[in-house]
Design a protein around this ligand. Structure first.
Ligand code: ADP
Ligand code: MG
Length: 244
């Protein structure tokens, strides 16, 4: 039993809208789960629930032993166990790359400054951005900013990394450099839940694929089976809309 994340029958509603109902998911340590589905099906909302940014109306989320359910007063308590990277990088414009990276560890974790700096530099080196440590976000390309955003999540030592369409806002020539970083994280054995529309990448990085439509998991499985032999018409149709 090396399960790190367990989602049991969670439902998310906004007043009269049900975004999803009775979703279940179990993720093992080191596993990479990729979620795909049509726009508006609730992928971002689901990740936001896993990160304690959204409350849930039913069910229970257990992340590294920390439980959040519909009655939880403090949904944010799972947040420090999950690192999230969004489509928009949201780096602080007035801070350098290094300052952006060191902010949360120093403020939230009260970590030792020298050690945090050392780790920030090592991580920057790993994503090929050591030379940009003193640059400001406006001096970086979109792909570089997104790699900084990944490092900003990693430096908090999350148990699970949640990636929400992190290449969706990038020019095509920058998509590769960001996806390569994610592939290397997968190789290192990082646990990740990834939402993406990059199907080739999904197939390459995923241990397990999940297709959400109409607020439920319609199909899931190993990537080869999922892409080569989809069982439901809905997944077949969805995959046909991508030319990969
Ligand atoms: P996806 O990421 O799959 O495109 P989202 O999770 O962003 O989908 O949205 C799922 C559904 O939830 C959409 O119909 C959206 O309009 C609705 N939704 C998202 N956030 C809110 C909100 N704060 N209030 C009401 N409805 C919302
Ligand atoms: Mg989304």
């Amino acid at each position: 039993m090396d399960e790190i994340l367990r989602v049991e029958n969670i439902s998310k509603r906004y007043e009269d809208i049900t975004v999803f109902e009775n979703l279940n998911l179990s993720v093992k340590k080191g596993e990479v789960v990729v979620i795909v589905g049509p726009s508006g099906c609730g992928k971002s909302t689901f990740l936001r629930c896993l990160n304690g940014l959204e409350d849930i109306q039913d069910g229970q989320i257990t992340l590294d032993g920390q439980v959040v359910d519909a009655s939880s007063k403090n949904i944010g308590k799972i947040r420090e166990k999950a690192g999230m990277v969004f489509q928009s990088y949201d780096l602080f414009p007035h801070l350098t790359v290094l300052q952006n990276l060191m902010l949360a560890p120093l403020k939230v974790k009260k970590s030792n400054k020298k050690e945090v700096e050392k780790e920030a530099l090592a991580l920057l080196d790993k994503v090929g951005l050591l030379l940009k440590k003193d640059s400001f976000p406006r001096q970086l390309s979109g792909g570089q900013k997104q790699r900084v955003a990944i490092v900003r999540a990693l430096i908090m030592h999350p148990e699970v990394l949640l990636l929400d369409e992190i290449t969706a806002a990038l020019d095509p020539e920058m998509v590769r450099e960001v996806l390569d970083v994610v592939l290397s994280l997968a190789k290192e054995g990082r646990t990740m839940v990834i939402v993406t529309h990059e199907m080739q990448f999904a197939r390459a990085v995923a241990d397990r694929m999940i297709f959400i439509d109409g607020g439920r998991i319609v199909e899931e499985g190993a990537p080869d089976e999922f892409f080569d032999n989809p069982k439901t018409d809905r997944l077949k149709q969805f995959l046909q809309t991508f030319s990969y």
